[in-house]
Structure formats: structure tokens, C-alpha cells
Design a protein around this ligand. Structure first.
Ligand SMILES: [Zn+2]
Length: 372
């Protein structure tokens, strides 16, 4: 919510009035340079809204009327739905309006020119990265991630605790990099969104054996499996995968990082020097944590915490190469995890959303706890 100041106050005074940290207030108002906020200034108050309106985006409330506003205690987005690219864009817009301390950055563009969006929460020295929907028919991972993100933002404003730590410590100590949808074109194809280019869609139908049922489609829109694109023994996958041409799944491409989505994620990882990455996939209720013994020792400790938090099963090695996580571990020797959310057959139905959330949200929180 925006308020118009009718008196001059300090940042600390204003933060105290709304029970916010000065950090959240400053990060929501990057133009605030001085400790004094002058009369007449328009200030964003994250996580608060006017009582009498369901949405107070853009609404101006005089600070003298402070009793007429309240902190938001419920989710502001409802991501439990078929989650295509536009759903993501809409929900990011809503979250940014209520929690303007969340930053958004475009790290690249998909084949069809959709922006690949990174959300950044917090300002700490530890760099934590999470991503979802490398695979098109695993789009439920994007929806789940957005649910967790909304929970995190809300708890930050409300100064809640996870285990023994105030959530605000996570914000101070961690920069969270969040890419909820690596493969927007593929998802739009699977969900039958009309944004897909007509010619490209025709070609995709051809690759799909003439079928318009894309529910088994994992690749990007031109038939390359984005999680088989990374230079970590890519040649092995190239040689042994039966798919020798673009396909709904498993085709590693003509060369590593041939696809803009895969390249954008590699560039992001190189630039950001993450301390840990998590890649959310479906399904199996398993967590892969090793890669050819390149992983650091701490990975095993972390995955034990994940097991305890979720009931999912830790698996050290699988016979697979060229994934984003494989490459990350090999390249940077830092902990990387693939979390296979849910159980059943892809695409998992929305009826699994609540159970996935209940079991696996502890993985999200444990990661922040561990690194703060
Ligand atoms: Zn997957």
C-alpha cells in the first residue's frame, strides 16, 4: 500500500509504526536516501492494506488514518491452478504490488521471446538459488514455488519464526534467487495456451507424432530437453539417448547450451556464484544429491535435513548426465539438489498440490534456515 506522509518522520519511526524492519521499508522504497522522510513523500508500506478495500494497490492513505489499515495475514495469490506463463506474470505483478521489496530481473528470453524471470528476495551474503519447470509437463513445480514465495514474503512482514529463527534473519543473511519457470514456451504448449506461435505449434505437433495432446511434452518448444543441455558429460547422453532429432522429451540438442533457456540459466549460475541450488521437478518424492563424487561433503548433511523435513528419500547417484544440477556440482563443487516433488504420473494433477506443499515446503524453509 502507498501512503502519503502528512508529517516528517525518520525511517525508523515509520518502520516502528508498521512493525516493519527498516531494511524491508528501505528495500521497498529505493528512492529513500536520507533518514528523514519529508512531508508529502509517497511511501510504499509492504504487506499492509486498507481495511475497507480488498485490494489497496495504488491507494493513498494518510498516515493520520493509520488505524484504518492492517497487515496482510493471508495469501495474496492463489497459484493452485493450471499455471502457464501468463499466470506467473500476473502473480509476480500481484506479489510485487504488495511486497515491493521483492526484485525482478530478466535473465534471458525463451525461443518464443518470453522473458525468463528471476525474482530476488533478500540482501545477504549467502546466495541460494531455486528453480522450477525445466520440464514443460512439470509445470506444477512453478505453482508450488510461487505458493512458497508468497508464504515467505508474508512471514517476513509479519516477523514470524521458522524453528528458532526469525524469518527476517533469512532476509538479512541470504540473497534468494528464484526462477520459477525455466521453460515457459513448453508449459504454454502443454497447457494449450494460445500464446504459442502458430507455425511453431504446427512443428511441435509434428514432433509430437501428429497429436495435439502435449501432456507428455518435457522439452522446450522446439523439442530440446533443457535439462540435458549442460556440459557435464553431455556426450554420453548424446550418444546413448534414443532420440536423435528434436522430440517431446530427452533430446539433448545438437550441442551443449544450444537453447536460449539453458544458456540463460548457465550464465546466471556463472555470474551469481551460488552457495547452493535446488531444482524442482516431478515426480517420485526423491532428492538427488550427488554427482560422480564432485559434490561437497556438506551435501549429505543437508539432504538428511531435507529427508527429515519432507519424508522424501535421499538418493546419491542416478545414471544421468548433462543436467543443470550435474553441471553446477561439477563446475562449482557446491551443493546441488534435484527435488522430485509428488508421486504418480506426469503431469501431476492439481489435486496433488496441497500434499506436495505439505510434505515439501520444509525443504524450502530448511534451506533458508541452514544458510542464514
Ligand atoms: Zn523433470
Amino acid at each position: 500500500m502507498k501512503i502519503c506522509m502528512n508529517e516528517t518522520v525518520t525511517i525508523k519511526q515509520l518502520a516502528d509504526r508498521f512493525q516493519l524492519s527498516e531494511r524491508l521499508l528501505k528495500d521497498s522504497n529505493p528512492s529513500l536516501q536520507n533518514e528523514q522522510i519529508p512531508e508529502g513523500a509517497i511511501i510504499e508500506i509492504p504487506g499492509w492494506r486498507g481495511v475497507n478495500s480488498s485490494s489497496s494497490i495504488g491507494k493513498f492513505i494518510n498516515i493520520a488514518d493509520i488505524k484504518k489499515v492492517e497487515p496482510i495475514t493471508k495469501p495474496v495469490i492463489q497459484p493452485k491452478r493450471h499455471y502457464h506463463f501468463q499466470s506467473l506474470v500476473n502473480d509476480i505483478g500481484t506479489l510485487k504490488a504488495f511486497y515491493p521489496f521483492m526484485k525482478e530481473r530478466i535473465i534471458g528470453y525463451s525461443v518464443l521471446g518470453n522473458p525468463l524471470i528471476e525474482l530476488i528476495i533478500g540482501c545477504g551474503p549467502k546466495k541460494v538459488h531455486m528453480n522450477g519447470s525445466f520440464h514443460a509437463n512439470e509445470w506444477i513445480t512453478s505453482a508450488i514455488m510461487m505458493k512458497w514465495l508468497n508464504d515467505y514474503l508474508r512471514k517476513l512482514v509479519l516477523n514470524e519464526y521458522f524453528s528458532s529463527k526469525p524469518v527476517r534473519e533469512f532476509y538479512e543473511n541470504i540473497t534468494l534467487s528464484y526462477v520459477p519457470m525455466v521453460n515457459p514456451d513448453g508449459i504454454n504448449l502443454v497447457l494449450g495456451s494460445h500464446e504459442t506461435d502458430v507455425e511453431i505449434r504446427k512443428q511441435a505437433i509434428q514432433l509430437n507424432g501428429g497429436s495435439t495432446d502435449f501432456s507428455n511434452w518435457k522439452s522446450n518448444v522446439r523439442g530440446v530437453d533443457l535439462n540435458n543441455q549442460y556440459p557435464a558429460f553431455w556426450e554420453i547422453e548424446k550418444r546413448r539417448k534414443p532420440q536423435k532429432t528434436p522430440s517431446p522429451r530427452d533430446y539433448p540438442g545438437d550441442r551443449p547450451l544450444s537453447e536460449p533457456e539453458a544458456m540463460a540459466m548457465a550464465e546466471l549460475a556463472k555470474r551469481s556464484l551460488f552457495d547452493i541450488i535446488l531444482a524442482f521437478h516431478t515426480q517420485g518424492e526423491e532428492i538427488y544429491w550427488g554427482y560422480l563424487n564432485y559434490e561437497p561433503e556438506v551435501s549429505e548433511l543437508i539432504v538428511k535435513d531435507y529427508e527429515r523435513a519432507s519424508g522424501y528419500k535421499a538418493v546419491q547417484t542416478i545414471d544421468s548426465h548433462a543436467g543443470f544440477r550435474d553441471w553446477f556440482i561439477k563446475e562449482f563443487r557446491k551443493p546441488g539438489f534435484t527435488v522430485e516433488l509428488g508421486a504418480g504420473t506426469n503431469p501431476l494433477p492439481l489435486s496433488q498440490f496441497d500434499e506436495i506443499d505439505r510434505k515439501a515446503n520444509g525443504i524450502f524453509w530448511t534451506t533458508l534456515f541452514h544458510f542464514s
